[in-house]
Ligand binder design. Sequence first.
Ligand SMILES: [Zn+2]
Length: 409
Amino acid sequence: MTSYRARWVLPMSGPPLRDAWVSVSDSRVTNVGTGRAPGPVEDLGDVALLPGLVNAHTHLELSWMAGLVPPAGSMDEWIKTLLRVRRTGPVGGDEATVAAMTRAVGDMLGTGTALVGDISNSLMSVSVFAERQLASVVFHEILGFTSADPGAAVRDAQKRRRVSFSSKKTPDVFSAVVGHAPYSTAPALFAEIAAQHQGPAPLSVHIAESAEEVEFLHTGGGPMRTLLETLGVWTSAWQVPRCGPLEFLKRLGYLKPGTLLVHGVHLTVRELEQARDAEAVIVSCPRSNTWVGGGVPPIARFYGAGVPVAIGTDSLASTDSLNMFDELAALRRLAPEVDAARLLDSATRVGAEALGFGRHYGTIDPGRVASLVSVALPAGVRARPEDVEEYLVSGVSAADVTRLNVPSP
Ligand SMILES: [Zn+2]
């Protein structure tokens, strides 16, 4: 057993502890406290010790697109560029894709991320996470504006998912088949995915990411309709739902307890309250929302509605880093009225619970995985807990973040 002593420990299940320690044995936390620490002690000095951060939404397989899809004025434009880049593919093929994914996982680990919710069409990320031992939920996403046989499509996807996991050593990975977004995925597919879904991994969906999506659901027209026509996938058989995106999911049985509503930029207060009542979770990715031209997420409104808020970076096709401290800084800029402690809670405890890993990650408590992150604290912010919390959401430099190298059993 080893105890790590730090100027501040932020367990996230309770208030920050000054001059505190965390004892660790066999890669698990055994105790947390102040005063005399048990066993051999490693003094980390003037740092804040946090549970590893949880990036609840990314697309690791798009990492090779870093720098290739510029910020856009509207979502349909960004999608068009993304599809064009994807058709060309990476120079170096699959090998280059995997190399970019491996680098991205290295960056996530290096900036304090301990658990990831990853959207994967190809399932290529499964082995990358397994190799680098990064805990994750891999969401095998399927899409298709029309589907001749939704039951078979979802059964096939479930089979691919099971095969891909059975051959890998994946101690800390959950997975689920999920749909993409209301404008890209047939209603019958959503319904079938929801019907075949079983935990512990939740459902996930991109929702209310742009005003164009909301317009499309209400009227069947607008830029999203034009995009579908341009791509040659529009069908007049699609019934215009004439409702908002949340109601759309609800009708299809997709709004379940735990469903991750990714983005939610254009959800109304009433929809957010309905999401809360349905025990769904918002996953906010503010830097991506602006990049893709989707708009500015109403962060304070999310918290005000009482719906749990988790945080994701989204992919390197729509943001310039997978560093959760950068994402926290974006949330802080957009919502100065939300307590820093709540933002940190979102990036740790809420994210872990949202991904079904609440018993293992997200807090520093006895029995949790000792995936600890230490952040060097400058002299001016060490005295008061609220200053420490504020500093941690101010855009901490990657150079000041260290993952604690806790020995494996
Ligand atoms: Zn996404």
